[in-house]
Structure formats: structure tokens, C-alpha cells
Design a protein around this ligand. Structure first.
Ligand code: FAD
Length: 502
């Protein structure tokens, strides 16, 4: 088919969903994909930031999916191979993540062993035990995330391990968050699943990852140079197969004629506005930005209002290169120079604002420029665009982050060699406020037959990479098979069996 006869799909966003869509179109159809990416980075939230040769994975991305199709997809792009011989390879990694609380380490999820008693203290443990038993016989109505956790763990454990952390992440007390946030994030995780996991480990009857709650998954695959490497490889494959990936093209307009998208307008860094005629438009941009960009039809006022007030949580990571950490390995796991074995650590201390600490050396040694002599760590802070955290200068923020880690005895100030600071907007689509009226926006968007909402912010759903990709795979499948309904695309990650990661 001549190029001029080929149909065109414009795709907003070069994150996992947008790039998967482009790749799948090229593999399965004659449609020509044009990916428009607002920033200069490939991979969206799943990008890898390269700071002077140290690579930072924003959030720490485990490549794990219960979908065999997605697992195969990733390994088709980057097959398992010897990392000394090739860069295009996945590594198999072990998850080690613990909770840092009362200046001590606790298992994640909490386990009933001697160290837990010693660290928590006998009184706290008894309180937790009785609290859990009470929660088994006295169920609260599941009207909030607070009640969701109390019903599964009991009030004392909820207060120790969930209340403060959840408030750090969402900036909202768990009593004000919907219970469906919990079912999305830790579906299936309860004391019973934790105990079952413990006994299966103890008696060697544990099955493979496919049958375990995702919060408990212990092995995952990981690209040698971080998640961004995989998405950069996909972008390069897309270009090689004839697709286009245009950076610094921010979609600002979606033109509708006779109820169909006919073109998309993108703004470049010079302020130039470029019009891309198209037959299909795939949006992975936030619904909050998509709805006001729609031109040529009447958008009902109520729909506009719901979309533009959708809530998000933003994210700041400070990358620190340190000579060494003060916390050392006290586990049975063998580590280089007796360094801590954790991939990430949940910081539950109430006197600091840091939420999580990534230890990039343990994600992949190839992320660290000088693996032998330095540790490359990521300090994660949750915030909201425009709040005091967000508006702090880079220098002040880095100083505050270093002071916090010194305060809780994780590093010494004199060991800090270098630091960087990365802000990520709309890292988490939130489940409160106008989110509960999202169906009205969905119904309106579905009246435009060639507009497809894909991915995490594209659907305002707490999707992992695999779910984000599956929305794209389903979408291309529908187009190929002439299926007009978008039900299956919206239904990805709504099934009860699926579980969130961290
Ligand atoms: C802290 C954290 C930890 C995570 N850990 C994991 C994990 O362990 N495993 C896992 O599978 N997933 C994890 N995720 C989820 C994963 O990051 C997302 O599911 C995935 O990146 C979503 O892909 P996406 O393409 O839908 O969106 P995004 O990654 O957000 O990409 C969207 C892209 O669209 C671009 N864009 C936005 N607006 C426009 C516009 N107007 N015009 C053009 N381009 C635009 C953005 O710049 C971006 O590049 C984690 C997320 C976070 C925040």
C-alpha cells in the first residue's frame, strides 16, 4: 500500500502505553503511527534519568505481569542474555524490601518472627495481636480506606504501618480516601495472605509468582540499564519499522468534525503549532488535559468540570551518590561489601517526610557508574503540584532530603558525593473528589468513535506498566478486528484477581 493511502494514528505520549500502541499497529496493521511526546524523554513515568552516568529509575519499576502476553512482549524486545556480552538484555532480580520504623528494619509485609517481637516490643505485639483478633469478629463498613485496612489488619497494625505512610503518599488521611483505592493497590493482601505466604515458604510449598498476590511477588525481570532502556529500545524499533516518534510535541488540540477526530494540534518548544491530520487518535495524556483540548463539538459543562478537577499526586525524587550508607546488611543474604540487600525501603518514621528509599545498586549494578565504591540511592517524596514541597528550590530540597536521611541514621553528611533532583507531575491518578464521577466523562469520550483513552493517566486508573500496555494491545486488536466497542479497553485492570505492586 502507498504511504499516502495508509491510515494514520496519532498517539499522544511516548510512555509504555503510547509506544506499545505504535509497536502493535506496525506489527499487526497497515496503520501508520505518529507518536507525539511533550517532553524530551522516552518512557513517561517509566523513563530512566541519566545523571552523570548514574541512572535513576523513577519509582523503581518491577517488570512483572500476570499476563503471559506482556511477559513475552517484554522478553521479545529484550531477551534474557549474558549482560557481559550484550546490553539488550533483562536481568532476573530478587525483591528485597523492608520497612524502616523505630530506626529498625521490619519485614514487608510484616511477619510473625522473633525479630519482629524484639523490634516492636512485646506490648506493641500483644496489642497488634488482640487488635487483629477483634477485627476478625467486628467488621467495620468499608466506606473508607481506613476501614479497609482495619478490617484486614486490625487497628494497632493499621496505625503503626499504614496510617502515616498512606497520608504521606496521598496527602489525605486514609479515613477520607475511598476503600476502592485499597482494593486496587493491595487487593487480596491481608494477614491471612501474609500468613499463608509465610507457611508456604517455611514448608517449601510455595508456587510460582503467577499465584501470589502481586504485593508479595519476590522475583521480577529488569532491563540492564533500567526501564527507560526498554522503552528507548521500543521507540527505536518503532522508528526502524517506519513509525514516527516526535519529541517535544505537546498535544494541545483535538479537532472533531462530524463526531470524529480529524486532526491533532501539537505545540513545539519554539511555540510553533503543527497540525497532524489523522484517522485515529490514541490519548495517553491525562484526561484532565484531554477534555479541554477537544474542539469542534460541545463538551457538556458537567463533563468539562469533572475532567478538569480530577485529582493527582505528584512526586519528587532526590538521587544521592554516597560513599557508603550507615545501615548495613544484617540479613542472611550475601551482599557486596556487606551493603543492605534491599531494592527499596519503606520509611515509616513519623519524624521525616521521605516516603521510600530506592537502592539502585540492588536493582541493577549497571545503573551505578562506580558500583564498587559508591551507592546510588533515590529518596522519594510525594507531593502535590503547587504545594510547599513542589515550590521549594532544588538546592533547598536536596539539603532537606540529606538532613532527613542523616537524622534517621541512614547516611552521614560527609559521605554525600553528588545529588540531583527530579520532579514528576501527575505520577499518581488519585481516587477521590471528581474521580467518582469519571463514568460521565468516559461516556462522553466514547461518543467519539476514533478516540481511544489508553494507559495510566489516559484512563485515570492506577495502572502498572503491564495494564497500561494491555489497554494499547486491546485497542489495536479492536481496530484490527473491526470491534467498535471500547468496553474491553476500559475493563483492563478492573478484574478482582489483579493486584497492584507496591
Ligand atoms: C512511583 C511509581 C512506581 C511504579 N512502579 C511500577 C512497577 O514497579 N511496575 C510497573 O509495572 N509499573 C510501575 N509504575 C507504573 C508505571 O510507571 C506506569 O504504569 C506507566 O509508566 C504508565 O504508562 P503510560 O504510557 O500510561 O503513562 P506515562 O508513563 O505517564 O506516559 C505518558 C506520556 O505522555 C506524555 N504526555 C502527557 N501529556 C502529553 C501531551 N499533551 N502531549 C504529548 N505527550 C504528553 C508524558 O510526557 C509521558 O511521556 C510505577 C509508577 C510510579 C509513579
Amino acid at each position: 500500500m502507498k504511504n499516502s493511502e495508509r491510515k494514520i494514528a496519532v498517539i499522544a505520549g511516548a510512555g509504555p502505553a503510547g509506544l506499545t500502541a505504535a509497536y502493535e499497529l506496525l506489527k499487526n496493521t497497515d496503520i501508520h503511527p505518529i507518536v507525539l511526546e511533550a517532553t524530551d524523554a522516552i518512557g513517561g513515568i517509566s523513563q530512566t534519568v541519566n545523571y552523570k552516568g548514574n541512572r535513576m529509575d523513577i519509582g523503581g519499576h518491577r517488570f512483572f505481569s500476570k499476563s503471559e502476553e506482556v511477559m513475552n512482549w517484554w522478553q521479545n524486545i529484550m531477551p534474557m542474555a549474558d549482560p557481559d556480552k550484550t546490553d539488550r538484555t533483562m536481568l532476573t532480580r530478587n525483591r528485597v524490601s523492608r520497612i524502616f520504623f523505630l530506626r529498625k528494619f521490619f519485614d514487608y509485609p510484616i511477619s510473625m518472627k522473633k525479630e519482629t517481637f524484639l523490634n516492636m516490643g512485646f506490648c506493641n505485639m500483644m496489642k497488634a495481636g488482640f487488635g487483629y483478633l477483634w477485627s476478625c469478629v467486628h467488621k467495620l463498613p468499608e466506606t473508607s480506606l481506613e476501614n479497609f485496612y482495619i478490617n484486614r489488619f486490625g487497628r494497632p497494625l493499621y496505625e503503626m504501618f499504614f496510617e502515616g505512610y498512606t497520608e504521606k503518599v496521598w496527602g489525605v488521611h486514609p479515613s477520607k480516601l475511598g476503600a476502592d483505592w485499597g482494593s486496587q493497590r493491595v487487593k487480596g493482601l491481608s494477614i491471612l495472605s501474609v500468613l499463608k505466604d509465610m507457611f508456604q515458604k517455611a514448608f517449601g510449598t510455595k508456587k510460582d509468582n503467577q499465584h501470589v498476590e502481586t504485593s508479595l511477588i519476590e522475583q521480577f525481570i529488569y532491563p540492564k540499564y533500567g526501564p527507560g532502556q526498554l522503552w528507548e529500545t521500543v521507540a527505536s524499533d518503532v522508528k526502524q519499522m517506519g513509525g514516527e516518534v516526535l519529541m517535544q510535541h505537546e498535544v494541545i488540540g483535538v479537532n472533531i468534525e462530524e463526531d470524529k477526530v480529524v486532526s491533532v494540534v501539537a505545540k513545539t518548544t519554539t511555540g510553533e503549532e503543527v497540525v497532524f491530520p489523522c484517522d485515529y487518535f490514541f490519548s495517553t495524556m491525562p484526561i484532565k488535559d484531554l477534555v479541554p483540548a477537544i474542539k469542534g463539538i460541545d463538551v457538556p459543562e458537567q463533563v468539562r468540570e469533572i475532567a478538569t478537577s480530577l485529582p493527582y499526586r505528584d512526586f519528587i525524587t532526590v538521587g544521592l551518590c554516597v560513599k557508603e550508607m550507615q545501615i548495613k546488611n544484617q540479613t542472611a543474604i550475601q551482599t557486596y561489601k556487606n551493603r543492605v540487600p534491599d531494592t527499596w525501603i519503606y520509611i515509616q518514621e513519623r519524624d521525616v517526610r521521605i516516603g521510600r528509599l530506592q537502592v539502585f545498586n540492588n536493582w541493577s549494578p549497571y545503573l551505578v557508574k562506580d558500583y564498587e565504591n559508591t551507592m546510588w540511592i533515590g529518596l522519594e517524596y510525594f507531593c502535590t503540584e503547587g504545594d510547599t514541597f513542589w515550590n521549594m528550590s532544588k538546592e533547598d530540597f536536596i539539603q532537606m532530603a540529606i538532613d532527613e536521611l542523616v537524622k534517621i541514621d541512614i547516611i552521614r553528611k560527609e559521605d554525600v558525593l553528588d545529588a540531583c533532583h527530579v520532579k514528576i507531575k501527575k505520577a499518581y491518578p488519585s481516587y477521590y473528589g471528581s474521580y467518582y464521577q469519571l463514568d460521565e466523562v468516559k461516556t462522553f469520550l466514547d461518543t467519539i468513535p476514533n478516540l481511544y483513552c489508553l494507559g495510566r493517566n489516559g484512563q485515570h486508573r492506577y495502572n502498572n506498566m503491564d495494564h497500561s500496555m494491555m489497554t494499547a494491545i486491546e485497542c489495536v486488536r479492536n481496530i484490527k478486528n473491526g470491534v467498535a466497542s471500547k468496553e474491553n479497553i476500559w475493563n483492563v485492570n478492573t478484574e478482582k484477581e489483579y493486584h497492584e505492586t507496591k
